[in-house]
Design a protein around this ligand. Structure first.
Ligand code: NI
Length: 227
């Protein structure tokens, strides 16, 4: 499932995040690539140990925890600390699959990447190109979102970033390990949660159907979750 999560941040919040990020020590992006993707990647990246990356990364982590759509769709177990990249002057990232295992430093958090996310921090009008192209079950999807919006997609998907031919595309990207490893099971739980919330709005939380659907949700999660 490819999910667009709107307005993780307001425009004012994005401006503040960008002011911090833009003052950071941007360097060549190949520092975080696996062997295969290092060959395909041309961009700039903020070192993950830089104060700017850590400050904005922590703000993003907090915003994600407070975002009901993200929590319901991702069922996050561990979110890898967000990273930041910038594409300009024809830079691009060729087609690749993200590494299965991510470890931050030698003793840092280690996760299995179930889901990949890109949080857009530039407005689409500010650059040409820079689409995130994701191979999904139903064909290739082109994603270019307003600043402050995020896309979540299975890490197993082939994807690439098309060349940025005008302006600059700044974004945050990160991976997460989900409580539910299987994409189909996780998507079914999300659909059940969305449907249950809909009935809840119509009937109220004391309605028998809402209570039973909530029970089914938790009993499926109990079967499928790895904590
Ligand atoms: Ni990638």
């Amino acid at each position: 499932m490819l999910l667009h999560i709107p307005e993780v941040f307001t425009k004012d919040e994005v401006r503040a995040l960008r002011a911090t990020l833009d003052s950071g020590p941007w360097t060549d992006g190949n520092a975080t690539s696996g062997h295969q993707s290092a060959l395909a990647k041309r961009n700039a990246q903020l070192p993950e140990t830089s104060p700017q990356a850590q400050e904005v990364g922590a703000i993003i982590q907090q915003a994600l925890q407070a975002n009901p759509m993200f929590v319901s769709a991702a069922l996050p177990h561990t979110v890898y600390p967000p990273l930041f990249n910038r594409y300009e002057g024809g830079q691009a990232f060729g087609v690749h699959v993200d590494n299965a295992i991510r470890q931050q430093g030698r003793n840092g958090v280690r996760i299995r990447s179930d889901l990949s996310a890109t949080l857009f921090l530039s407005e689409p009008d500010d650059y040409d190109g820079g689409e995130l192209l994701i191979e999904a079950n139903y064909g290739s999807q082109s994603v270019k979102l307003p600043a402050g919006d995020m896309v979540l997609y299975p890490s197993k998907s082939l994807h690439r970033v098309s060349p940025v031919t005008r302006g600059a595309r700044v974004s945050s990207f990160f991976w997460l390990q989900s409580l539910v490893r299987d994409d189909g099971a996780r998507e079914t739980l999300f659909q059940l949660d969305v449907a249950t919330q809909r009935v809840n709005i119509d009937k109220g939380p004391a309605d028998q159907a809402v209570i039973e659907l909530t029970g089914v949700y938790h009993n499926l999660l109990r079967r499928w979750a790895e904590v």
